[in-house]
Design a protein around this ligand. Structure first.
Ligand code: ADP
Length: 444
């Protein structure tokens, strides 16, 4: 405000001098002085305006130096411009960041205008719907993403999400959602739900399989119970026979429930016990189990094994390897040979193998053996008390120990199932004290 006084004082001075000349009887001289003074002021302001104009053409440079009223005006203008520029830069950086985030979102985003033309598309939408940010901007989305269902869903007012296969990969399932934006625009979101769909299908299959597995023994038991209800005095021999069969079916249900509970426990991510598993001792126990199960129907042997120890759950490893042993006995006809062995692997790990001279497995079935309820020989599996869950349990147990199941088989000759443990699970004999201590710590 103080800067206004100078031009006002100048003006007042001019008027005073002109007035004095007027009073002194020289009005023309007074008028001339006032006019000259005003002309000078005008010329000064015009010059400043020209400098201001030149500066505004390139406002990022420093403002012209001035003092007085113009200095004040230019200083304030410069301040405002600088603040505006800073706010702009901040907004641009924010926008860039948001665009970058939107571009790299795992979900697809397509912005459509009021006529369903594509105005923006991110990389995931490109993958899901086969759209490209370079070529498809401005195109009608319905020309590029075809399908009557999609067309109807897009043109109807946005409602519930819709699922459809991805344009680029038919085995990928997408969930599509529409979000209305101002001025009739919309945001189309695509989310890959293939895993959910797969898990859901697996869950349904699993429930159907369990129900099927339970139905047969339950039907048998109910049948016998109904037969008993109709009999006045059951024949004791028949009764004994029927009770025996009922017990067999009940056993079958119990085994199935036990295996299901084991699987559920393994899947519940419970903490792994880190015992020290003595391999030679475990191999001897498994040899004994194999002989008991076989009941002298097979030749069972144990090859000299490495004297290593493993870090892991004694109970889980024993049960998994026991499953391999039991399968070898169950799927090898009488007179066959079953060989157990522990060996060090080239990578410093250890592998427990069970080889049999059984019927063998066709190569196409091998990758599916660890699926729940997958059986190559259904009849033999059921007849020998199999639940179809044994190898699924083995796979889980091994995965918890970072180990893997290796299957080699030749139809008509036999199979070798190996549990291969990695080097980090093996406690080398040179460092027993350290190994014991670390196992103790992990268990604690
Ligand atoms: P099951 O309870 O039916 O034995 P598993 O999960 O243990 O279930 O095994 C799955 C299937 O793998 C079995 O039904 C059988 O067909 C096949 N299988 C497993 N081990 C052997 C083996 N040693 N020799 C031949 N087939 C085998």
């Amino acid at each position: 405000m103080s800067y206004w006084w100078r031009p006002l004082l100048l003006l007042a001075g001019l008027i005073l001098i002109g007035g004095l000349f007027w009073l002194a009887g020289r009005p023309l001289a007074g008028l001339g002085i006032v006019t000259a003074g005003l002309a000078l002021q005008l010329a000064h302001h015009l010059r400043q305006l020209r400098r201001l104009d030149a500066w505004l053409a390139a406002p990022q440079t420093a403002p012209p130096s001035s003092d007085g009223l113009w200095g004040d005006v230019l200083y304030r203008l410069h301040k405002h411009l600088r603040a505006g520029r800073a706010a702009n830069q901040h907004a641009t950086a924010n926008l860039e960041q948001m665009l970058h985030a939107a571009r790299s979102l795992p979900d697809g985003v397509v912005i459509l205008d009021d006529a369903n033309r594509i105005t923006w598309v991110n990389a995931a939408a490109g993958r899901h719907l086969g759209l490209s940010a370079e070529h498809d901007l401005g195109q009608f989305v319905l020309y590029l993403v075809r399908g009557a269902r999609f067309g109807a869903w897009l043109t109807d007012p946005p409602g519930a999400p819709m699922t459809m296969p991805a344009v680029t990969a038919r085995d990928t399932t997408l969930s599509l959602q529409m979000v209305p934006l101002p001025h009739g625009s919309k945001m189309l979101l695509t989310h890959d739900i293939s895993d959910l769909v797969r898990v859901d299908a697996m869950r349904r299959d699993f429930v159907a399989n369990v129900s099927h597995e339970l139905r047969t023994p339950i039907t048998v038991i109910v049948g016998f119970l109904e037969a008993f209800a109709d009999m006045d005095m059951p024949d004791p021999k028949l009764l004994k026979n029927h009770l025996g069969l009922m017990r067999e079916q009940t056993e079958r249900i119990r085994r199935l429930v036990d295996d299901l509970l084991t699987l559920a426990r393994l899947e519940s991510d419970m903490e792994l016990k880190e015992d020290v598993v003595d391999l030679p001792a475990l191999a001897l126990a498994l040899l004994h189990e194999a002989k008991t199960l076989s009941g002298d129907r097979h030749q069972v042997s144990l090859e000299p094994s490495c004297a290593a120890r493993l870090r892991g759950s004694q109970q889980e490893i024993h049960s998994a390897l026991g499953n391999l042993v039991s399968n070898a006995v169950r799927y090898t006809p009488a007179g066959g040979q079953i060989t157990l062995s522990w060996a060090a692997t080239a990578e410093g790990g250890a592998a427990f193998s069970v080889s049999d001279t059984g019927e063998g497995i066709e190569p196409e079935n091998i990758p599916r053996l660890t699926e729940r309820f997958y059986r190559v020989d259904k009849g033999r599996s059921r007849a020998t008390g199999g639940t179809g869950l044994g190898l699924a349990i083995v796979k889980h147990v091994l995965a918890r120990h970072q180990a893997r199941l290796k299957v080699e088989s030749t139809v008509g000759k036999g199979s070798t199932f190996s549990a291969v443990f990695p080097a980090e699970r093996v406690i080398s004999p040179e460092k027993p004290a350290e190994a014991d201590r670390s196992a103790g710590q992990a268990a604690a």
